[in-house]
Ligand binder design. Structure first.
Ligand SMILES: [Zn+2]
Length: 430
């Protein structure tokens, strides 16, 4: 079913509108406000939500009575409907799973031993450099379709396995080509500073110069990305190098975000001066940085799938961030090395069980705060008139079941910019 003519969802058991009086990203108590309407209906026209209310009121609406035949009606059978998930951190441009890493890590091998056995990021880089743009596009399209099957309607997609100008631009062009095919929304991010490629080993400053002086200008000129990202951590790029890359991005009017604190602590003050949309991972953060982070609109995007898949017993301290008033989002970090999941419900389940976020907090972090992390909160992340018609229908009767049923998807129907994908078992006239 592909339709942008008009959709009326009726008989929704719980509609999570995520409406809130709080302005800006959700913090503290406002992270739990789901704005639930029981027995609800949503009308979407031209790819936008136009009205939200109860089924009873919708069916009495004079305009709807007159135009009902022109509209596709979706009988939701008491299921839960919420804003489509905003997965604000993914690395979908790769060609192969990293099974050597997986098996070697299980047997206790360290990073160097995995690299020696032919695994590690090097194998992903080789794959992307050799792949055609159309092959990469196909990989991304397949991932996006699978994400939609799990309720995701907006995806941030990073380059970062090319690590030379040609392959980074090819990766971003593949993201753009995939975005044109998929009915959902894709935000692209240039991550040339993901790692230092082997040919620049020992010459890291030269690679940073290449990122700043060649790659970023080319990305900006071709309008291939909205964001520039840096992997700022031990063994990757230093805080000083991250500032250098942020300054180059700023010069070319690209917004910034960073991977920070996954392996080691970086002080956040100098990075916050560039007003990053998001700082991601955040396993190691200095307490003294929390007040400045809480005062900013920078979102802390937590990616527990990576902690899970790397077999870590430690997870980011979500409760500490929430208590400090920091805006927290959840994302999958979908990538072949450390988080091969594209399921937002799985990320939410891990957030509940291992980071002690409540189901309500996990839902807000996976929708409206993800939208803030991509600077898309004006159109995404809540179900309100005027917003994009991005909705996820789950085959459950209580929203807490979404993170509860871990490891399987109860996602039944996903609507992206007014285009429905999937099939409800109890679906009526469509
Ligand atoms: Zn990442």
């Amino acid at each position: 079913m592909r339709s942008r003519t008009g959709l009326l969802l009726v008989d929704i058991g719980q509609l999570l509108t995520l409406r809130s009086a709080a302005g800006g990203p959700r913090r503290g108590a406002s992270l739990s406000e789901l704005g639930i309407i029981q027995d609800a209906a949503v009308l979407c026209l031209g790819g936008k939500v136009v009205s939200v209310g109860t089924t009873k009121d919708a069916l009495r609406d004079p305009w709807l009575k007159k135009n009902r035949k022109k509209i596709v009606e979706i009988e939701c059978g008491g299921h839960v409907v919420l804003p489509g998930f905003v997965d604000s951190h993914t690395h979908p441009v790769f060609t192969q799973p990293r099974l050597v890493d997986f098996e070697k890590r299980i047997s206790g091998a360290n990073y160097e031993e995995i690299a020696e056995a032919g695994g590690g990021i090097r194998s992903s880089i080789d794959g992307v450099r050799k792949a055609s743009k159309s092959a990469l596009t196909q990989e991304i399209v397949t991932a996006l379709a699978d994400m939609a099957r799990h309720g995701t309607t907006t995806v941030e997609a990073k380059s970062g396995y090319g690590l030379n100008a040609e392959s980074e631009l090819k990766s971003l062009e593949a993201i753009r080509a995939a975005a044109r095919i998929w009915p959902g929304t894709v935000v692209s991010t240039f991550l040339g500073a993901h790692a230092v490629p082997a040919e620049y080993r020992g010459r890291q400053p030269e690679y940073v110069d290449l990122v700043c002086n060649e790659m970023i200008p080319a990305v900006a000129e071709r309008k291939l990305a909205q964001f520039v990202d840096v992997f700022c951590d031990r063994g990757a790029f230093s805080a000083t190098e991250t500032e250098q890359i942020f300054a180059a991005a700023e010069k070319h009017r690209l917004a910034v975000r960073a991977h920070v604190g996954q392996l080691s602590e970086t002080r956040l003050g100098p990075l916050l001066r560039y007003q990053p949309a998001s700082l991601d991972h955040m396993d190691h953060v200095n307490d003294a940085d929390l007040p400045a982070l809480a005062r900013s609109d920078t979102v802390a995007t937590l990616v527990p799938g990576a902690n899970y898949f790397l077999g870590s017993e430690k997870y980011p301290d979500a409760r500490r961030f929430i208590a400090a008033g920091v805006a927290v989002a959840l994302a999958t970090d979908y990538n072949p090395g450390s988080s091969p999941t594209l399921s937002m419900p799985m990320a939410m389940s891990l957030a509940c069980t291992h980071m002690k976020m409540s189901p309500a907090e996990a839902i807000a972090a996976a929708t409206i705060n993800g939208a803030w992390a991509l600077r898309l909160a004006g159109g995404k992340g809540t179900v309100e008139p005027g917003k994009d018609a991005d909705l996820a229908v789950f085959d459950v009767s209580d929203y807490r079941e979404i993170p509860y049923w871990f490891g399987s998807s109860r996602s039944a129907l996903t609507i992206m910019n007014g285009v429905a994908s999937g099939q409800l078992s109890s679906q009526g006239r469509t």
